[in-house]
Design a protein around this ligand. Structure first.
Ligand code: PMP
Length: 457
């Protein structure tokens, strides 16, 4: 990085005085300066002091899948914006049409794309479609939406009503009615002592459906791999059974791919690892890798057909808009982002480097008693830390923070997941960009190894 950022103290003070950071306790800044990032290239970011960090969490929250500093994306956005930046409602635009086509080529069985700006919004669209289908086609029944403990679907009130992390809901209720929790499927924290854990965890969903009444349940919304709730990969047999249950009770299956979508797990979408046939897929973060704000709800022609205008009911179309869903920066960036993933073989790299990451994390588990479990898929992995392997008591939050801080001090940014329902942030998260190479992976793993040692001695 050149020296031109060395004197940005006024900006640092502006940040301290006026910016309200996301998910952040500002009291921390009584003791230190805010960190301002000024540049990024590949997997490296630089702060206002010129320090560099290797980013092992793709922009903090698993977003920058193709890495920083992609001029071709910036150029594609620029070229599009000077042609036409925006139109919404009654007319479409070229990149919106092209990206919808390209995206649905990657999601066989799904054929319609509804654009929005954030993951929360895309999920809200799906929830609203389910409600409208209930009103229009089921006499008002089938209005309930099931979500799973530990899953997260966003920050708006509907999405938060569907949040399986109770700590995120605390202090923000009351919430809209009709969102019902089903049990989580994390085998490490067993709820049933059975051989076929995956099927049993899925059967627990059926139990909830039967309790609520199948004719009241419209949809089931699940993350393919639970992200912020602890990087939870589904146990064998889980998804097959979930799919069967949805078919049996005519329940729409909504897969939230906000994190897993666009290659994170080594497939275009996380659900494709498990042979699922969803009715709704929502995606956001990796769609344009953070170069523009875009999210998509992708659905079937069958769902779409239910909203065709009925001559007896001209208001029965989907009466929903996100103003900036008409901004062309999003699909222009997304088209180029997709081209990069294809041309640079990033799905292959994700699968290959995902194996290296998983092996490295298993080595750490052998070496460090505080690593209770290692989970993940592709370049999306978590280590659940425990004070005692036998009792699985979660590691104290302060120690988890210390490990994250020790890595930071060595110039490697790692993450930790949100408070889980038993009250601790005890899962570390590693989700490097899909471009990660062997030397960067070695540095991430070595730094984590040293931090785990230092924190516990
Ligand atoms: N779904 C999942 C699985 C997420 O992890 C998130 C955000 N972390 C969201 C939805 C919400 O996305 P956004 O913050 O873009 O609204």
């Amino acid at each position: 990085m050149d020296g031109r950022y060395n004197d940005i103290s006024a900006t640092v003070e502006a940040d301290r005085a006026h910016v309200w950071h996301h998910l952040f306790q500002h009291a921390v800044l009584d003791k230190r300066d805010p960190r301002i990032l000024v540049e990024g290239k590949g997997m490296t970011v630089w702060d206002q002091t010129g320090r560099d960090y290797l980013d092992a969490v793709s922009g903090g929250v698993w977003t920058v899948n193709v890495g920083y500093g992609r001029e071709s994306i910036a150029n594609a956005v620029r070229d599009q914006l000077v042609k036409i930046n925006y139109f919404a409602g009654s007319a479409g635009t070229i990149p919106a049409a092209q990206f919808a086509q390209r995206l649905t080529e990657k999601t066989p069985g799904l054929s319609r794309v509804f654009y929005a700006n954030s993951g929360s919004e895309a999920n809200e669209k799906a929830f609203k479609m389910v409600r409208q289908i209930a009103h229009k086609h089921h006499g008002g029944r089938k209005w309930k939406i099931l979500y799973r403990e530990r899953d997260y679907h966003g920050t708006s009130m509907g999405a938060l009503a569907a949040c399986g992390q109770e700590q995120r809901q605390e202090q923000y209720g009351p919430f809209p009615a009709g969102f019902i929790a089903v049990p989580h499927c994390l085998e490490y924290r067993k709820q049933w002592d059975v051989e076929n854990y995956g099927e049993r965890a899925a059967d627990a969903i059926e139990d909830v459906i039967l309790r609520e009444g199948p004719d009241t349940v419209g949809a089931l919304c699940l993350e393919p791999v639970t992200a912020g709730g602890g990087v939870i990969t589904p146990p064998a047999g889980y998804w097959e059974r979930v799919q069967e249950i949805c078919r049996k009770y005519d329940i729409l299956l909504h897969i939230d791919e906000v994190v897993c979508g666009m290659g994170r797990t080594g497939a275009w979408f996380g659900y494709q690892n498990y042979g699922i046939k969803p009715d709704f897929v929502t995606c956001a973060k990796g769609v344009a890798s953070g170069y523009a704000a875009i999210s998509c709800l992708i659905t079937t022609e069958g769902v779409f057909d239910r909203f065709r205008t009925d001559p007896d009911d001209p208001m029965s179309y989907f009466r929903d808009i996100s103003t900036f869903g008409g901004c062309t920066a999003g699909p222009a960036a997304a088209l180029e982002n997709m081209r990069i993933i294809e041309d640079e073989g990033l799905l292959e790299n994700t699968r290959k480097m995902g194996v290296v990451l998983m092996e490295g994390l298993h080595d750490l588990m052998e070496k460090h008693a505080i690593v209770g479990d290692v989970r993940g898929k592709g370049l999306f992995c978590g280590l659940e830390l425990v004070a005692d392997r036998a009792t699985k008591e979660p590691l104290a939050e302060a120690l988890v923070e210390r490990i994250v801080g020790l890595c930071d001090a060595e110039g490697v940014l790692i993450g930790k997941t949100s408070r889980s329902f038993y009250g601790f942030n005890n899962t570390l998260c590693l989700s490097p960009a899909l471009i990660v190479g062997p030397s960067e992976m070695t540095r991430i793993l070595d730094t984590l190894d040293a931090a785990l040692t230092k924190a516990t001695h």
